[in-house]
Write a protein that binds this ligand. Structure first.
Ligand SMILES: [Zn+2]
Length: 254
C-alpha cells in the first residue's frame, strides 16, 4: 500500500510552474482522492508555449506523428492553469486511463470520484465540454480567455483569494469531521480532564504559584478556551505541568 507521500512524490515534478492556486488545488486533489482510496498522478501540468510549439511542429515541420492540433498559447496548460491526471496503480509505477475502474470497490467509478473531488475544489473538468471532451483534463480559468492570457492578463487578487477560500474550506472540513463514537470518546475525555484538573488543583493547594509560568500559558489559555477550567491562576507546579501535557496531547482542542 502506497503512502500519501509516495503518491504525492509521483506528481511533484508535474506541479512545478503551475499557478499557485492550481497547484494548491492539484495537491489537495491528490490528498482527497488518496483518502477515498483512489490514487492519482498528475501527468501534465505547465506546458510552456515553446514546448507546445515544438509539439505542434512534430509531424508537420519536424519528423514524427502529429500529436496535437494546438499551437503554443492555445491551451490553459501553457499558462499553468491546467493539469491532466491518470489513475496510479498499486505498484506505484503503472498508470491507467480506465474510466470504469473501481479499485476501492465502492460502486463509484474511481475516475468519477476524482472528477467529483476536483469540481468541489473549483476545477473545471474537460469531460464536461460539449465539442471536444478531454477526460483527464482539469483547469481553472478565472473567466479569462486564452486571448486575454496571451496578452498577459492575470487573475485578480480577489479571484485567487476566492479560489483559495474554496480549497481551504474543503480541506478544513475534512479535519473537523468526527464519527459519533469519536465524539463520545472525546466528550468523555474532556470530562475526565476537567475532574482531574479540579482534583489536582485541590491537592496542590498548599504549594500554589503566584504567577502562571510562561511555559504553561498557552496550555492554560487553551484549557480556558475549551471551557474546561474557569481559572488557571494560583495553580501548583504539577498542575501547570499536567495542563501543559494535556494540551500537548490535544485534549483541549475544540
Ligand atoms: Zn489537459
Amino acid at each position: 500500500m502506497l503512502t500519501l507521500d509516495q503518491v504525492k512524490a509521483k506528481s511533484s515534478k508535474r506541479l512545478i510552474g503551475l499557478h499557485p492556486v492550481v497547484l494548491a488545488a492539484a495537491a489537495a486533489l491528490i490528498e482527497r482522492c488518496y483518502v477515498r482510496g483512489v490514487n492519482i498522478i498528475i501527468t501534465q501540468g505547465l506546458r510552456t508555449i515553446a514546448e507546445q510549439d515544438a509539439l505542434y511542429a512534430q509531424g508537420r515541420t519536424n519528423p514524427g506523428n502529429i500529436v496535437t492540433n494546438a499551437k503554443g498559447g492555445s491551451s490553459y496548460h501553457n499558462f499553468g492553469l491546467a493539469v491532466d491526471f491518470a489513475l496510479l496503480l498499486p505498484d506505484g509505477r503503472s498508470v491507467s486511463w480506465d474510466m470504469n475502474r473501481d479499485y476501492n470497490s465502492n460502486n463509484v467509478k474511481d475516475w468519477i470520484e476524482v472528477v467529483d473531488e476536483a469540481k468541489k475544489l473549483g476545477l473545471e473538468w474537460g469531460g464536461d465540454w460539449t465539442s471536444f471532451k478531454d477526460y483527464p483534463h482539469f483547469q481553472m480559468t478565472f473567466g479569462l480567455t486564452l486571448k486575454q492570457l496571451r496578452a498577459g492578463k492575470q487573475p485578480t487578487k480577489a479571484q485567487t483569494a476566492a479560489a483559495y477560500a474554496v480549497i481551504d474550506k474543503l480541506q478544513g472540513e475534512g479535519e473537523e469531521e468526527m464519527t459519533t463514537s469519536e465524539k463520545e470518546a472525546f466528550e468523555a475525555l474532556k470530562e475526565t480532564v476537567a475532574s482531574q484538573a479540579k482534583q489536582i488543583a485541590a491537592l496542590e493547594g498548599k504549594s500554589n504559584m503566584a504567577v502562571i509560568p510562561v511555559w504553561a500559558l498557552p496550555a492554560c489559555e487553551a484549557a480556558k478556551a475549551a471551557g474546561l477550567l474557569d481559572t488557571t491562576a494560583n495553580g501548583s507546579y504539577d498542575f501547570y505541568r499536567m495542563v501543559t501535557i494535556l494540551h500537548r496531547v490535544g485534549a483541549f482542542k475544540k
